[in-house]
Write a protein that binds this ligand. Structure first.
Ligand code: NAD
Length: 339
């Protein structure tokens, strides 16, 4: 093992802090880059393995400049790349995946390759390099659409309805089997919809872009009544690290989400309000879901997360408003566009 001991000194006393070398797959992505901020803040060194398909180096540039984070530009579908990035690692945060559920409906082996087979590469490389700890970014979509709401972690059987959901469930299965067979220790996190700064996809990002192209109308996929819970990204990464610090079973399964839900209709209203595109008409394409494989209503039970002593700072609507303001700045909506 490569644990490093850091001696930290405060004005009153000296204490020991254990730091580690982490591998973050998808480290240049939306959630991965926020996670890296937190890992660096607590003193870890980080290898970010990312092919930059949707991630951006600018999200972690300050850490790259300081030398605390190293970027390996590579693909997790390539076993040798994963194996060499695994050298000297204490803990893996496996976040890289195809983030676009809709892509799976057009190219049907996307999630199989980038989710299921890539997760095999991760756990097998861990076995070969004797790396024992992994945190995995799974999703609420593993529960499928007939689960009780809010859905607790012990709901089953899980019947995902998207190819993306199937790959997350397969990833969970692979990790669980490596725990049972090869002594891995794992934290599987089923995320709600995660939103916040540096978002590069998702409903708020899409709405702002649509208004940027045409400020007079906003097309909403579905009837707008889709109802899901939204979690702010810093709440998400703090939740990951809090739960990992306070749990120690061989296999730890946690939902990460917020206390309530918001409708897509409400998100559209907030985005129109915050962009100042007051003249925009909101037009619904109809139907109970945005696309094939979408789940119209989702809310995760978060009692287990809260039992570790962790709670979120943002509810769904506050997270949506906060994210909308931040993404408007990042994407850029200018005065002439507003009605
Ligand atoms: P993201 O697209 O911003 O991050 C994924 C990162 O992985 C990107 O930086 C991308 O360049 C990289 N990547 C993708 N495929 C890769 C490959 N084959 N090899 C190497 N790098 C690759 O998406 P995100 O929203 O930050 O999602 C992170 C994880 O959380 C994903 O596993 C996603 O499925 C999961 N998740 C996200 C949400 C959400 O609402 N954002 C919800 C549930 C689960």
């Amino acid at each position: 093992m490569f644990w490093k001991i850091l001696f930290a000194k405060t004005h009153t006393y000296e204490f020991l802090v254990t730091t580690m070398r982490a591998l973050v797959t998808g480290g240049a992505g939306f959630i991965g880059s926020h996670l890296i901020d937190r890992l660096v803040a607590r003193g870890d060194t980080v290898v970010a393995l990312d092919n930059l398909s949707s991630g951006k180096l600018q999200f972690i540039q300050s850490h790259l400049d300081s030398g605390i984070v190293t970027h390996v530009k590579g693909d997790i579908t390539d076993f040798d790349t994963v194996l060499s990035a695994m050298e000297g690692i204490d803990c893996v945060f496996h976040l890289a995946a195809n983030p676009d559920i809709r892509l799976g409906t057009r190219i049907t082996d996307t999630d199989l390759k980038q989710g299921t087979l890539a997760t095999y590469n991760i756990v097998e490389a861990m076995r070969r390099c004797d790396v024992k700890k992994i945190a995995f970014a799974s999703s609420s979509v593993v529960y499928g659409e007939d689960a009780p709401l809010p859905t607790p972690e012990n709901h089953g059987p899980c019947m995902p309805i998207s190819l993306y959901g199937a790959s997350k469930q397969a990833g969970e299965g692979l990790i669980s089997s490596w725990v049972g067979t090869f002594g891995l220790q794992a934290w599987i996190f089923r995320f709600a919809n995660i939103i916040g700064t540096r978002g590069t996809h998702g409903v708020i990002f899409d709405f702002i872009h649509k208004l940027k192209v045409d400020p007079s109308r906003l097309e909403v996929l579905g009837n707008g009544l889709q109802e899901k819970s939204y979690m702010e990204v810093e709440d998400c990464v703090d939740g990951i690290l809090h739960v990992m610090k306070h749990t120690d079973a061989p296999l730890n399964l946690f939902n990460l989400g917020s206390h309530d839900t918001a409708s897509v209709r409400r998100i559209a209203e907030i985005v129109v309000e915050e962009t100042g595109c007051h003249e925009a008409t909101i037009e619904y394409t109809g139907g109970d879901r945005g696309w094939a494989g979408d789940i119209p209503r989702a809310m995760l039970g978060i009692d287990k997360m809260m039992s570790t002593g962790y709670d979120v700072r943002f509810n769904s609507e506050a997270a949506i408003r906060h994210t909308t303001k931040a993404l408007i700045q990042e994407i850029g909506i200018n005065e002439e566009m507003k009605g």
